[in-house]
Design a protein around this ligand. Structure first.
Ligand code: PBG
Length: 336
């Protein structure tokens, strides 16, 4: 008989045998930014998350930064009346995201600022590309995404993160950034982004749901694996410095495949809105312990091979981790 239980006799022993750990600096925390001042609008579909005007976001970031989170992902949210067919507000100089990036960089120069590059929050139809004869057009969307990324780079973004799932978007962005003198701005590509029911709460938060149809002609079909490898390979070739798998918790196999195939490229996994809210809602209903379930989900994502995790739980994790670190040095398996 082999005695496995010796590996589990106490929290201290379990800690010694733990193979996977996770730390606050491995998280990326999302912000939804709106125009105006003094706005802090809780998002009903995403418990614990709010839409902020820039001034309020900067205040909130004091906590984020003091917790040890080193990177943020910025989404712009605009009013319906500012949207048009072509998503013009996304790539006009002085866009909401450009202003937000500039303000963050002034106050927190050491924080890594990543911006979402996609048209869905800016178009009247809510699709990620422009439309011609009810078709979402690939090639004519590319220059618009590149312009949007340029605005973010000009404002000081460290990474631009194209999430529109248009073919060639990384190449189009890389080329324009290089041409305009922003060779140092890196691209974090949402390379393997699946068409997912787990984005529901986000679309409410960002007011970016498609007004007709779905995103299945551009986002990946969840029955495919090889396409994820192909998407990542193409993005790396086109100039992506980092790549992403999204969603995360329901796509652990894809994370593992991408990490083992492209081990040298930093891999980000997006623990998306629906994955977050499933835990929140279950905990709220008294069905699960939130801390326990949160840690298990986040460590599973890390265990699968993610280097960094985008999560609405980043702050909650940091609070728990920082608290436990004073006591034990790392998260106790007794809390997991
Ligand atoms: C924009 C975008 C989406 C998410 C991130 N960027 C929504 C979508 O593709 O419909 C989802 C994030 C989340 O669910 O937390 N294209």
């Amino acid at each position: 008989m082999k005695r496995f239980r010796e590996l589990r006799t106490s929290a201290a022993i379990r800690d010694k045998y733990a193979e996977v750990s996770i730390k606050t600096s491995e998280f990326i925390y999302p912000y939804f930014v709106v125009d105006g001042t003094n706005v802090k609008q809780p998002i009903t579909s995403l418990h614990g998350i709010a839409r902020f005007s820039i001034d309020e976001m900067l205040i909130d970031m004091e906590e984020t930064v003091s917790l040890g989170i080193e990177a943020v992902l910025i989404f712009g949210v605009i009013e319906e009346k500012e949207k048009d067919e072509n998503g013009t507000a996304a790539y006009l100089p002085g866009s909401i995201v450009a202003k937000a990036v500039k303000a963050i960089k002034e106050k927190y120069p050491a924080i890594n600022v990543i911006t979402d590059v996609c048209l869905c929050g800016y178009t009247t139809h809510g699709h990620c590309g422009i439309i011609h004869n009810s078709e979402i057009m690939n090639d004519s969307t590319l220059p618009l995404l590149a312009q949007m990324a340029l605005r973010h780079a000009e404002a000081g973004a460290d990474f631009v993160a194209p999430s529109a799932m248009m073919d060639g978007q990384v190449e189009a962005i890389r080329r324009l950034l290089d041409e305009k003198g922003y060779a140092k701005t890196k691209i974090l590509s949402y390379s393997a982004k699946y068409s997912s029911g787990f984005y529901g709460p986000f679309r409410d938060a960002a007011q970016s749901a498609p007004s007709f149809g779905d995103r299945k002609t551009y986002q990946m079909d969840y029955r495919s694996i090889d396409q994820a490898i192909g998407e990542v390979a193409a993005d790396i070739e086109e100039g992506a410095a980092w790549v992403m798998v999204k969603p995360a918790h329901t796509y652990l196999d894809i994370i593992q495949r991408i990490k083992s195939t492209f081990s040298e490229v930093p891999l980000v996994a997006y623990h998306v809105s629906g994955e977050y809210m499933m835990i929140k809602a279950a905990a709220h209903a008294g069905l699960m312990n939130e801390e326990t379930a949160m840690l298990e989900a986040l460590i599973a994502i890390k265990r699968a091979g993610a280097d960094y995790i985008i999560s609405y739980y980043a702050k909650d994790f940091a609070k728990l981790y920082n608290h436990n670190r004073h006591l034990y040095g790392k998260i106790q398996s007794s809390t997991i």
